[in-house]
Design a protein around this ligand. Structure first.
Ligand code: NOJ
Length: 914
């Protein structure tokens, strides 16, 4: 392929055409598995041969037609998790098992086996309330909790396993006529893509023939499923019709279509099922192309007279069937048994790791554009924020900052003095993020290329040469991040001496790492490209981007000699990416519908272990009108990763370019973000240590309330704030559902309150961001806002106390230096607990291990829902000192305001309200 000139390269030209991407009918393993299902062949487990090892129980499974033995292994894992692995017993060569995702080896628990009825085996955990009931013929596994079947595996008989085969040609020469398992007739071969799969001009050759796997799971009593990002789809998973499965295949889809199940940038093969009383998780650990079909059979109510009591009880239950299919690898599935949503989050995070604790600055506002042209431009935009009194933390530079898209370099004309530019930002306590993509320009004079070439660090093509594909720089090779040596080397490129012009305020953005290959099949890499260990790309496609972010984060840690927390944004991701940084939803469009879909897309990421996520504010493609831009800032301010971004050829859209009024509204939205920083940071700490999502669908906070299960136009931030972004043009009202019959909710703008379990129509103007504080919560805020988070270290706190129907409230605050690992290694942090009970507000220690001296004081306390005017308010310090406080009580709104307090945030004290 010849090197492409700059003008030829545009993802816009290539990606908008949806024919570039496959639908299910064009995916051969999908067609094969569907065809097979119509000719039902069954598997039988040979339970008599079951053996119990230290960690697992093993037995063979035989397909009655092929007779090729499979080996099944069942593990009990600490924390109420089961793992089922199925592989060929003696594959022709090893099949790919996804490494590096499951954190250290999960601790197994001994399962106690007993044979049930003839032809079955029961494996119970020590406590005995969870059991795997394995039936031999046909092979089936029932997962039981307290004698109730919650999940059945292979009850629909969709277990599917294609065995690796000797290449056809070799077989022919050997005249080996034994293998009759595959029909190799020309016609069938074309249709089923057994050895070769065609897509447009591309031909994918499969050396060992078809290798796909599949299995079904029936979830009894469940109608609500969530997860398996990334799709531009609703939060609750939809039933899939024929040819309409959810696809997990990381692809660069510019301006992706919404309400579509096609795979986009990242994949987490993990879903959650929820019903009142129980949440379950299924984590399908496979990194090859994967399809998921969902089919819900709603509850059918039969009367006792029609069916008799037993049948009635069974029939009344709803059920959802989930059918997973992957192109290759093995079946390796973790069953997370909950029972609560927070148990499932902990179980998943035990396996794949928790959200890395982000540096505080990264929770501020980020300003990006493809591209900020030069140093002057950066200076002017930076100054613009100060002129307009808008806080921001991070300036971003896209691909044009480099010398011809050679990452780790600077365009000398545009950015002659990158250090000087970073000093300018540093002086304002701000940071810089620059982009670093996985493709490396083929240019022997480019040291990154030359070194990687010499060391054999690129992905190879199937002929053994370096894989070459076109991306931004023209013809490029792609670093093989699956190789630990490549990762180590890549990490070393971020040291200050190697990365000329970089300083310690420079952080990284990994883009195009699906990987995006402009002229490749579906804009990605050929499946038969070869990675470290001789694995084909098909085996690990979905994990490629994960590894780049891993190596980048590690590089940033190493350049600081292990002291500083990294910040790395990635476009492509996999299960476990949360350990390395943040994720965003790629190339969205400046339309209302994309603003709206950002909410379910982010909720789905949040509950599948990736809480640090966001969508480009304003919409990447196109030009948002002022109203849309304002609404997007208002929504983004209440979403975890908050970055404005726009593509090339769009009009400039810095916050002050839309007239004074709109500037004011955007300023106000961003300031609200900074006001709530202590709350955000505390939520991220909870995500980090306890796997609690930051942005939460309502069903997580109200797991017993059916009417929350489908809500996706509003959500909770932590457990205290309910946010309902305005996503319609010219809105004058918004219908907000306030859940919980025993709850009371306070409007953050007007202080008005409502009892829960109702939908209220809230009048809105362009300056309204509908946010409600839940009665019973205390939210820490900052009362003064600086130019950036760095200016706010010492600024005072406020506490917003929203009383429950019983007149009480609780909350917490986590605080540390905001950037280092000292919180972890030296326990340099403060974790405070606030409670309000019987008129006494208490600040006490939530974690005695932590110590972090802080000069900060709580300056203001605002109490919502205080029914009676107090006669006195006094503060009480731990040394017995008591002081009166001047207060303002508002009878109409039942609010109490205490100002000019000076109560140290880290000290124990009380405020008595009598
Ligand atoms: C694609 C990314 O999604 C977008 O955010 C970025 O601006 C362009 N690549 C150019 O780097």
């Amino acid at each position: 392929m010849e090197a492409a000139g700059k003008e030829e390269i545009s993802v816009e030209d290539e990606a908008v055409d949806k024919n570039i991407f496959k639908d299910c009918s064009k995916i051969a393993f999908y067609r094969r598995q569907k065809q097979q299902l119509s000719t039902k062949s069954t598997y039988q487990a040979l339970l008599d041969s079951a053996t119990k090892g230290k960690d697992s129980t093993k037995f063979q499974i035989l397909n009655e037609a092929t007779k090729v033995p499979l080996l099944a292994e069942v593990y009990g894992i600490e924390g109420n998790i089961f793992r089922l692995k199925i592989n060929e017993e003696t594959p022709l060569k090893p099949r790919y098992e996804v490494p590096d995702v499951v954190t250290s080896k999960p601790r197994t628990v001994r399962l106690i086996s007993s044979s049930g009825d003839a032809g079955s085996l029961v494996l119970a955990d020590g406590k005995g309330d969870l059991k795997c009931h394995i039936t031999a013929n046909p092979f089936k596994v029932d997962l039981m909790s307290e004698e109730e079947v919650v999940m059945s595996i292979n009850s629909l008989g969709h277990l599917y396993f294609e065995h690796l085969q000797v290449p056809l040609k070799k077989r022919a020469t050997k005249e080996n006529k034994e293998d009759t398992s595959v029909d190799a007739s020309q016609e069938n071969q074309e249709d089923l893509g057994l050895w070769e799969e065609k897509f447009g001009k591309f031909v994918d050759v499969k050396v060992n023939g078809p290798a796909s796997i599949g299995l079904d799971f029936s979830l009894h009593g469940f109608e609500h499923l969530y997860g398996i990002p990334q799709h531009a789809e609703s939060h609750q998973l939809k039933n899939t019709g024929d040819g309409d499965a959810y696809r997990l295949y990381n692809l660069d889809v510019y301006g992706y279509k919404i309400h579509d199940k096609m795979g986009i940038y990242g994949s987490v093969p993990y879903l959650l099922a929820h019903k009142p009383g129980r949440t379950l998780g299924i984590f399908w650990l496979n990194a090859s192309e994967t399809l998921v079909e969902i089919n819900t059979e709603p509850a059918v109510k039969y009367t006792l007279t029609q069916m008799g009591p037993v049948a009635a009880k069974q029939k009344v239950r709803s059920r959802t069937d989930v059918h997973w299919m992957s192109e290759s690898g093995i079946i390796d599935v973790f069953l997370l048994t909950g029972p609560t949503p927070s148990d499932v989050f902990k179980q998943y995070s035990y396996l794949t790791g928790a959200q890395a604790m982000p540096p505080l600055f990264s929770l501020g506002y980020h300003q990006c554009r493809w591209n900020y042209e030069d140093e002057q431009d950066v200076k002017a935009v930076d100054a613009g924020f100060d002129e307009h009194d808008i806080p921001y933390d991070v300036m971003w530079l896209d691909i044009e900052h480099t010398e011809g898209k050679r990452y780790f370099t600077w365009d000398k004309k545009r950015f002659p003095n990158p250090k000087r530019m970073q000093e300018l930002l540093r002086n304002k306590k701000r940071k810089l993020v620059v982009i670093s993509d996985p493709h490396i320009k083929i240019d022997p004079d480019y040291s990154v290329y030359a070194e990687a070439k010499e060391q054999g660090f690129f992905v190879r093509n199937h002929e053994g040469g370096d894989f070459e594909g076109v991306c931004w720089p023209g013809l490029s090779s792609y670093l093989d991040f699956t190789n630990p040596k490549v990762r180590e080397w890549y990490s070393s490129l971020f040291t200050f001496s190697a990365y000329q012009g970089s300083t310690d305020i420079l952080y990284i953005w990994n883009d195009m790492n699906e990987p995006s290959v402009f002229r490749g099949p579906e804009l990605t890499m050929q499946k038969n490209a070869i990675h470290h260990g001789n694995w084909e790309h098909r085996e690990l496609h979905n994990i490629y981007g994960f590894y780049q972010q891993m190596a980048t984060a590690e590089g940033l840690i190493q350049r600081s000699k292990g002291k500083e927390r990294p910040f790395v944004l990635t476009r492509s991701f996999f299960a476990g990416s949360q350990k390395y940084g943040a994720v965003w939803t790629g190339d969205n469009t400046a339309e209302w519908s994309y603003l709206k879909i950002s909410i379910p897309m982010l909720l789905t990421l949040s509950i599948t272990g990736i809480p640090f996520c966001g969508a480009d504010v304003g919409g990447f493609i196109g030009n948002p009108e002022a109203e849309l831009l304002v609404r997007w800032y208002q929504a983004g301010a209440y979403q975890p990763f908050f970055r404005g971004h726009a593509t090339m050829n769009t009009k400039r859209r810095e916050p002050w370019l839309f007239g004074e009024e709109h500037t004011r509204l955007i300023r106000e939205a961003i300031r609200q973000r900074y006001t709530l920083l202590p709350y955000w940071y505390s939520l991220f700490y909870r995500a980090h240590v306890a796997a609690e999502p930051v942005m939460r669908p309502l069903w997580i906070e109200f797991p017993e309330e059916l009417n929350t299960f489908g809500v996706e136009d509003e959500y909770m931030l932590g457990s205290a704030l309910l946010v309902h972004p305005v996503t319609e043009p010219k809105a004058t009202t918004v219908s907000v559902f306030l859940p919980g019959s025993n709850e009371v909710w306070y409007d953050s703008k007007t202080d008005a309150h409502w009892e829960g379990a109702c939908t209220v129509k809230i009048p809105v103007t362009l300056d309204t961001i509908p946010v409600f504080q839940r009665g019973g919560s205390i939210v820490p805020i900052k009362t003064t806002i600086g130019k950036s988070t760095g200016y706010m270290t010492d600024s005072p706190y406020g506490l917003r106390v929203a009383l429950s129907t019983k007149g009480s409230a609780v909350g917490e605050l986590y605080l540390d230096d905001g950037h280092s690992f000292q919180y972890l290694h030296q326990k340099q942090f403060l974790h405070r607990k606030f409670s309000f009970l019987s008129g006494v507000l208490t600040n006490s220690c939530a974690d005695k291990r932590g110590h972090h001296p802080s000069k900060c004081v709580v300056e203001r306390v605002f109490v919502l829902g205080l029914k009676k005017q107090p006669s006195s308010v006094t503060t009480h310090s731990s040394d017995g000192k008591e002081e009166p406080v001047v207060f303002t009580y508002c009878t109409t709104m039942s609010t109490l305001s205490l100002e000019k307090l000076s109560l140290n945030i880290g000290a124990d004290w009380e405020v008595h309200i009598k």
